[in-house]
Design a protein around this ligand. Sequence first.
Ligand code: SAM
Length: 301
Amino acid sequence: MDIPHVSVLPQEIVDAFSTIDDGVIIDCTVGYGGHSELILEAKPNIKMICIDQDIEAIEFSKKRFEKYEDRVSFYKGRFSDVICEIENLGEIRGVLADIGVSSLQLDKEERGFGFSSSSLDMRMDQNQSLSAKEVVNEYKKENLEYILKEYGEVREWRRVASLIVEERPFESSFSLAEFLSKHLYSKKLHPATLVFQAIRIEVNDELGELKRLLDSIRKLNIHKSTIAIISFHSLEDRVVKTTFKDWSKDCICPKGVLRCACGNNHSFGMVVTKKPIIPTKKEIYENPRSRSSKLRIFRVK
Ligand SMILES: C[S@@+](CC[C@H](N)C(=O)[O-])C[C@H]1O[C@@H](n2cnc3c(N)ncnc32)[C@H](O)[C@@H]1O
């Protein structure tokens, strides 16, 4: 079977769940099944619940996991929705999310994520209505400025938003990338990389999804479980870092109160990774798309 995606931090994910020998692990972003397969192989008594909003990814992983049929179940949908509905399927001992876009999504021409694509789409879930076309061609200039600055960390966000607004409509990712290449310069990356990243995050509401996922995890009735989140963007990593820190606190009184009035017993568990785990130089060399990945782990008590 030709696997269209190389999983990032593979050994680190196996290690993250090494203390768990039974129960259920939820893979919120199964994609092409790389991480799930590593866990299924390493842990013969673990069952996996595999979620993805991309039907192509689900279909692929279903085939890949035929031999684990009785240990795997699949759910198509946004992880923030699905995770609330699956609590009764066994004792949940782990949650994994590898937040981002898969190589197949990036490389498959018609999905519109790549610079040479003839469509302007970028939807992970092909049933959703918002696509890159509306974002690029219909968003107000101020909204474009916001997403370029916040999600793309584009240095010249004002100028780039103005350029897009003056030149639009764009019909394809290819025409947008060509246009940006004429006006932007980047030493290492394609000049359109950060603009494309910003549009993709907006189209798929990636930050909103991450926040809702973390909220949903906090509400799960779970104990002695491991939560492992891989993110690829500094904003996302910051959300994971501060959420994990908040989860570990016993006191949830507002800042500045003189006396604790909350009971001082609210901790959900402990942060395992004070600093994020990042790929080795060797991994980055072998899989350049891993370069910005960061893994943070939390242990629920
Ligand atoms: C980086 S890939 C996962 C790769 C996988 N861990 C592996 O090792 O093969 C990310 C996947 O998450 C999915 N995804 C991203 N955001 C999602 C969301 N909010 N709900 C469900 N799936 C999501 C994407 O469709 C994509 O298939």
